[in-house]
Design a protein around this ligand. Structure first.
Ligand code: F6P
Length: 359
C-alpha cells in the first residue's frame, strides 16, 4: 500500500502531529508513505521536489511543532486553479493532471488533512475515483461530524491568554479593549476564548449585534464602578442592520474577513465617550506549538485515518465523537457549516455569567 498525504488550506497547529501518526501507523503496517507538498501542488506541478518520501527520520520530533513540514496553500484548488493568461487570472480545472500523476506515482490512497474547503476538494476527487480519507483540520472548529477539529484548542488558548493580558492594561487605563479573533463564519473561538478570558461582551456571527446594546453594557459597568471593559469580536460578526467586514477579495478562494473589531471600537468610543483600543490577534492564533489537547487529538486523528484506509472506508473523514473516533462521510461533514447553536449550553453559560452577546 502506498499512502499519499497532503495538508490543504490554511495551516493549523497539530498538522505535523497528524503527519507523524499517519506515517508511523502506515510504516508499522509495512506500507509506504509520501507527503505531497503544498496541497495538491506537489502532484500537479510534476516537480520532483513536490513529493517527499516520509520515513521514521523525517517525522521524528515533529509532533510539537507548529505549521506543516509539507507546506500549505489556500489558492491551489485543482478544480478552480488560478492560471495567469496575460493580464487575466482564469480559474481552470486541472484535476485530471493531479489524478494522472497520483496514478503515475503508484498512489493507492490519499489522506487529505483539511478544513471544509479542502475536504470539499477531497470529496470531488473521491467522486472521480480517487480513494480518499479525510482528517478534519481548522482552528475555526466549523466542520460537522466532529466535536472538535485540531487547532481549535490552541487558537482558543492563545486568544484567552491575550484577553488576560488586555485585562490588566484595560483596567490600568480605564479603557475599553476590543479584541478581534478569527473563526470565519463561526463564533467558536470568540465564544470559548471570551468565556475563558472573562470578557464582558462577545460578538459572534451567529448572533447579529446591536451596537446600542453593546454600548449600554459598557455604560452599565461604568455606573457600577467598573471603568474598563473587554469586548471580544469574531471576525465574522455583523451588526443586525449591516454586513460582515470584508478585508479583501482574491481569485480562487473565499473572501478575507477582517476589520469588524475596528468598526465596533469606533462606534463604542462614539457612543460611550470612553477611550477604546483595538487588537487584532490574526495569525498568532494559528502559529506556534499545538496545545497538549491538540497534539493528542491530531495524533489520534492520524492513527484513526490509517485504520480507515485499512478498512477501505474511502470517502470518509475521521470524526471525534467522544470517547470514540468514528468514520463520517466527507459529504455529510461539509454539507453545512457547524456554527454555534443559539440554544447551546455554552451560549447559555455566557448569558448566565452576565456576558453581553450584543442582542
Ligand atoms: O480558516 C482558518 C482561518 O484562520 C480563518 O479563521 C481566517 O478567516 C482565515 O483562515 C485566514 O486566512 P489567511 O491565512 O488566508 O489570511
Amino acid at each position: 500500500m502506498h499512502l499519499l498525504i497532503n495538508t490543504g488550506g490554511g495551516d493549523a497547529p497539530g498538522l505535523n502531529a497528524v503527519i507523524r501518526a499517519v506515517t508511523l501507523g502506515a510504516l508499522n503496517r509495512g506500507w509506504r508513505v509520501t507527503g505531497i507538498r503544498y496541497g495538491y501542488e506537489g502532484l500537479r506541478s510534476g516537480d520532483p521536489d513536490g513529493l517527499i518520501p516520509l520515513d521514521r527520520d523525517r517525522v521524528r520530533g515533529i509532533a510539537h511543532l507548529g505549521g506543516t513540514i509539507l507546506g500549505a496553500i489556500n489558492k491551489g484548488n485543482p478544480f478552480e486553479y488560478p492560471v495567469r493568461r496575460g493580464e487575466e487570472v482564469v480559474l481552470t480545472d486541472v484535476s485530471e493532471e493531479v489524478l494522472a500523476r497520483f496514478r503515475a506515482v503508484g498512489g493507492d490512497a490519499l489522506i487529505a488533512v483539511g478544513g471544509d474547503g479542502s475536504l470539499r476538494i477531497a470529496q470531488r476527487f473521491c467522486d472521480l475515483g480517487l480513494p480518499v480519507v479525510g482528517v478534519p483540520k481548522t482552528i475555526d472548529n466549523d466542520l460537522d461530524g466532529t466535536l472538535f477539529t485540531f487547532g481549535f484548542d490552541t487558537a482558543v488558548s492563545v486568544a484567552t491568554e491575550a484577553i488576560g493580558r488586555l485585562h490588566t492594561t484595560a483596567e490600568s487605563h480605564r479603557r475599553v479593549m476590543v479584541v478581534e479573533v478569527m473563526g470565519r463564519d463561526a463564533g467558536w473561538i470568540a465564544l470559548h476564548a471570551g468565556i475563558a478570558g472573562g470578557a464582558d461582551v462577545i460578538l459572534i456571527p451567529e448572533i447579529p449585534f446591536d451596537i446600542g446594546t453593546v454600548a449600554g453594557k459598557i455604560q452599565a459597568r461604568e455606573a457600577q464602578g467598573r471603568g474598563f471593559s473587554i469586548v471580544v469580536v469574531a471576525e465574522g460578526a455583523m451588526p443586525h442592520d449591516g454586513d460582515r467586514a470584508i478585508r479583501a477579495h482574491e481569485a480562487g478562494r473565499d473572501v478575507q474577513l477582517g476589520g469588524m473589531g475596528a468598526q465596533v471600537a469606533e462606534q463604542i468610543q462614539a457612543l460611550t465617550g470612553k477611550e477604546t483600543r483595538t487588537t487584532v490577534l490574526g495569525h498568532i492564533q494559528r502559529g506556534g506549538t499545538p496545545s497538549a489537547f491538540d497534539r493528542v487529538l491530531a495524533l489520534r486523528f492520524g492513527a484513526a485515518a490509517v485504520h480507515l484506509v485499512a478498512q477501505g472506508l474511502f470517502g470518509h473523514m475521521v470524526g471525534y465523537q467522544p470517547p470514540d473516533m468514528v468514520p463520517v462521510p466527507i459529504r455529510d461533514a461539509v454539507a453545512r457549516l457547524r456554527r454555534v447553536p443559539l440554544e447551546s449550553g455554552t451560549v447559555r453559560t455566557a448569558r448566565t455569567l452576565g456576558i453581553c452577546l450584543g442582542d
